[in-house]
Design a protein around this ligand. Structure first.
Ligand SMILES: Cc1cc2nc3c(=O)[nH]c(=O)nc-3n(C[C@H](O)[C@H](O)[C@H](O)COP(=O)(O)OP(=O)(O)OC[C@H]3O[C@@H](n4cnc5c(N)ncnc54)[C@H](O)[C@@H]3O)c2cc1C
Length: 380
């Protein structure tokens, strides 16, 4: 049984599934082999209309709605997490924030380029002393004639080592802080005083890197402020709803693929003269994974429908993010167990999925932060 968001999107899923298995899957294998995204990948996604698909058409985007975008993330994530990050780079927080809050000049300078993949952006909020407690950031931006001087350090910033522009959150009023004292600045690569001081790979694919950024008396003009001074935190929080649902749908896609691979392996692999699929121990793992995926999908699709209809959803998006990210962790663990040694060997995708999905419980608000938000609503 395949749950669908809507009948129209069922047709889109079929097209996406074909594109992903025929065109993206060979690229995914290449990414795993080399640890880099091969040339031509961005162009392929652009030519097929996937880059910037959620941005308004006036900026060269596809103008699609959130459910369509999330379904695309779900299907891409069946192949490789890297494709979902490329999609997010051209339709996620950074381009959406600039399209929504940017000045005409900022929109002209960045949005079309981000939408078509010729520019990349990074979002720099996290600091060594401020992760979950993001309001505690210490990076300061102080007024100077004609602009601002930024000083501070950001770390774990996705893709910042190659980004053309960084959306930097900095304190502009230490008394007000998150209540009107944090602003966002668009800092171009190469701006004097801004350096990438460290690049790291993580538990997932080597193609995904995070960077530490240092700002030392980095001057940016007034025109680099995104939106109003003091509204930076609000801009960051605006994107949370769609970000959580995007992550939830990426987990649905990864879980779906892991179950598919596990079922195939269970049917093909014989031990003690019989297929693994005949063993109740294996069947129960598959049954648990399939049940958890179906439940996660039903609630996530329902929440997507409600968000799209403009309904108040309370902590439902946190529940989707929390449940789906934890669900895919359990599904990946069972998939490794069903595959035995093959589940731990680099040349098979299960091992990579197992590592890649671990990111989801930390990024975009950790499980603990989402439990905190849900509990707050329960206790109110
Ligand atoms: C691969 C990757 C990509 C990232 N990309 C970006 C990016 O592009 N931009 C960006 O700004 N940041 C990014 N981050 C940072 C990410 O958002 C933070 O790592 C995350 O918010 C957690 O912060 P922390 O690492 O400082 O952990 P901490 O805040 O130190 O938390 C450590 C652990 O304690 C838990 N915890 C913290 N406080 C509490 C509490 N009060 N009660 C219970 N448990 C608690 C947390 O949930 C976590 O499990 C990225 C991180 C990674 C690993």
């Amino acid at each position: 049984m395949q749950l669908e968001i809507s009948t129209e999107l069922a047709e889109l899923r079929a097209a996406l599934r074909r594109f992903t298995s025929e065109r993206l899957e060979p690229i995914a294998l290449e990414i795993d082999r080399t640890g880099a995204v091969p040339d031509g990948t961005i162009e392929l996604l652009r030519d097929q209309g996937y880059l910037g698909m959620r941005l308004p058409e006036e900026f060269g985007g596809g103008g699609c709605d959130l459910p369509t975008y999330c379904l695309t993330l779900e299907e891409f994530s069946r192949s490789h997490r890297v494709f979902t990050l490329i999609l997010d780079g051209s339709s996620g927080l950074n381009p959406i924030a600039i399209a929504r809050f940017g000045s005409d000049e900022q929109k002209r300078k960045y949005v079309a380029g981000l939408a078509n993949g010729s520019l990349t952006a990074a979002f720099a909020l996290t600091e060594p002393e401020a992760g979950s407690d993001s309001q505690a950031i210490r990076t300061r931006a102080e007024r100077t004639p004609g602009g601002w001087l930024i000083n501070g350090r950001k770390h774990y910033i996705s893709g910042a080592h190659v980004a053309d522009v960084i959306l930097v959150m900095a304190v502009t009023d230490p008394v007000k802080r998150a209540r009107g004292g944090i602003s966002s600045f668009l800092v171009d690569r190469g701006t004097p005083g801004f350096t990438v001081t460290r690049v790291e790979t993580t538990i997932g694919s080597d193609a995904i890197k995070i960077a530490e950024l240092t700002f030392e008396n980095c001057f940016v003009p007034d025109s680099a402020v995104l939106g109003e001074v003091g509204k930076g935190f609000a801009i960051a929080m605006e994107s949370l709803v769609s970000g959580r649902l995007g992550v939830a749908c990426s987990c649905l896609g990864a879980a779906d693929r892991l179950i598919e691979m596990s079922a195939r392996h269970a049917n093909e692999r014989k031990t003690f003269g019989q297929p693994l699929a005949d063993r109740q121990a294996i069947q129960w793992m598959l049954a648990d994974s399939a049940t958890e995926l179906a439940m996660a999908r039903a609630f996530t699709y329902e929440t997507l429908r409600r968000v799209q209809a403009g309904e108040e959803t309370g902590s439902a998006t946190s529940m989707c993010k929390l449940y789906c990210t934890e669900m895919v962790g359990r599904v990946a663990d069972r998939a490794v167990q069903i595959h035995g040694g093959m589940g731990l060997v680099r040349s098979y995708p299960v091992e990579r999925f197992y590592r890649d999905v671990r990111h989801y419980r930390v990024g975009e608000g950790s499980s603990e932060m989402h439990r905190m938000l849900i509990a707050r609503e329960v206790l109110r």
